[in-house]
Design a protein around this ligand. Sequence first.
Ligand code: GLP
Length: 241
Amino acid sequence: MRIIRAKDYDDMSRKAANIISAQVIMKPDCVLGLATGGTPVGTYAQLVDWYNKGDIDFSQITSVNLDEYRGLKRDHEQSYWYFMHENLFNKVNVKPENIYVPNGSNMDADAACKEYDEIIEKVGGIDLQLLGIGEDGHIGFNEPADNFELGTHCVDLTESTIEANKRFFNSADEVPRQAYTMGIRTIMQARKVLMVANGKNKAQIIKDAFFGPVTPQVPASILQMHPDFILIGDEEALSLV
Ligand code: GLP
């Protein structure tokens, strides 16, 4: 595990974008595992900027996103499909046929999850997985649980996650109660994992996840065992470690 201290949000975003950019330059047809949430928005903006300057080419990459709300159609403004297109895909030259997000509009959870695992296998697994972290230690939507879930699965979101994510909806009532998420095994099998974290509200969970015991009650803690895990945090997020 490597921890990189960034001065602030912009510095964190540039450092993360640098690592993603290096990955794409070194392996133009790489598979990027991408994440949503407020934290990576600046990273995507930086990548778009470099793309516009001609410094990075996404034409051969494949992307597999971590998760999606169950029951939201792609064109719903709070779907992760929509988020990724708004923040990155519509602004760079990634090929539409190389973009994968779990199918939130398929209410048959078993079928949707099986299909997604088959896609990840078909593309050859993930070269670089970008992650944020929830205040309860969730990664993707792997919520605190009694055991680590392996493959893509359907989860009931915790109250803490619904509370944290309601800022994107009109009210907490509108936040979907379930989501499809990549499992812990899939994330752990990514060849490189890059987590971004910023702000005071992440300080305690960063300490618990990476300086406490490895436990499914803090899903991100499993990353302590990943052979190539990089955490980039700003001063506030790293203030307790
Ligand atoms: C959501 C996403 C996670 C993300 C988390 C934190 O729950 N499913 O992938 O890491 O939010 O979001 P933020 O970066 O806004 O704190």
